[in-house]
Design a protein around this ligand. Structure first.
Ligand SMILES: Nc1nc2c(ncn2[C@@H]2O[C@H](COP(=O)(O)OP(=O)(O)OP(=O)(O)O)[C@@H](O)[C@H]2O)c(=O)[nH]1
Ligand SMILES: [Mg+2]
Length: 266
């Protein structure tokens, strides 16, 4: 598909057109996560840019820019189309139990959008946070996890092991293996990271050079990267929606997983 057709497909995508209808879902959430400063906010700006009218100038919707990361502290949502919303996230400093517990709660849709991200320490504290979400439980979102990693960084074996466990858990929680987005693709060893993530079981690995305030020279190839990412997300959603799903049962399963994880995390 060429760039214009891809864009049209993404903008007009509706869950109502799935073979079994929307099955009670009304929104697709692209949930970003990853380490500090790896390009999550810039990825959002890039996706917004390629979907908007070509006449409009580049806009920094999600603020990006701290060299060491740590700039984004809240989980903020940005609508991309009437059906698709992309969600920025606080970057993790490590993928340890405290930080991943919060991410798992987000992926299971137990934490409402647009809230400050807290790394909770104790089981009790997290339970209180989750109890609040039971007041108005949300069954209507399909969450697609996206792991953002910059190929400019180096990865230690212990860190690779942590990422591996984390991606597997994200898969268990959402039924979709996280799509891996490798940023800064022209300034690092892209093939090394592609092989690494492939070895972890990643099915979609997409390398991008984000559009940023400093460099947003449009090219067809660069536009294609972000449209292709959104297209792959919709393919995952289509695959999931071919089977009958009971959103309430799904949520209950995710909750069991989350509680057992929180109970044993160190
Ligand atoms: N050249 C290049 N620069 C990038 C790319 N992605 C992000 N950057 C730059 O890297 C820096 C960090 O990017 P952000 O998008 O703020 O990263 P983040 O993951 O949101 O970081 P925090 O929210 O601060 O943890 C910014 O200066 C961006 O302009 C990329 O693909 N290529
Ligand atoms: Mg950010």
């Amino acid at each position: 598909m060429n760039v214009d057709k891809l864009r049209e497909h993404i903008l007009s995508y509706s869950l109502n057109n799935c073979p079994l209808g929307n099955q009670g879902f009304n929104r697709i959430i692209l949930q970003l996560f990853g380490f500090l400063g790896h390009g999550k906010s810039s990825l959002i700006n890039s996706c917004k840019y390629v979907l908007q009218d070509r006449e409009r100038p580049f806009t920094e919707f999600a603020v990006s820019g701290a060299a060491q990361g740590g700039l984004t502290m809240e989980r903020r949502s940005y609508p991309l189309t009437p059906t698709i919303t992309i969600v920025d996230n606080r970057g993790c400093s490590t993928l340890n139990g405290f930080e991943t517990g919060e991410i798992y709660a987000q992926l299971g849709n137990f934490i409402p959008l647009d809230m400050k991200v807290e790394w909770t320490q104790g089981f009790e504290e997290m339970l209180t946070r989750l109890e609040d979400s039971e007041v108005e439980p949300n069954f209507r979102d399909i969450i697609v996890p996206i792991f953002v990693y910059s190929v400019r960084r180096d990865v230690a074996p212990a860190e690779a092991q942590e990422i591996n466990t984390f991606l597997t858990n994200c898969h268990n929680l959402t039924g979709i293996f996280p799509i891996v987005v490798l940023t800064h693709k022209t300034s690092g060893n892209f093939t090394k990271f592609r092989d690494l993530f492939e070895g972890m079981g990643a099915e979609e690995i997409i390398a991008v050079e984000n559009y940023t305030a400093e460099d947003h020279t449009e090219t067809r190839g660069r536009h294609f990267q972000f449209l292709n990412l959104m297209y792959k997300v919709l393919e995952d959603v289509d695959f999931k929606m071919q089977k009958p799903i009971n959103p309430k049962k799904e949520r209950a399963k995710h909750k069991t997983f989350l509680f057992s994880f929180l109970h044993t995390r160190k």
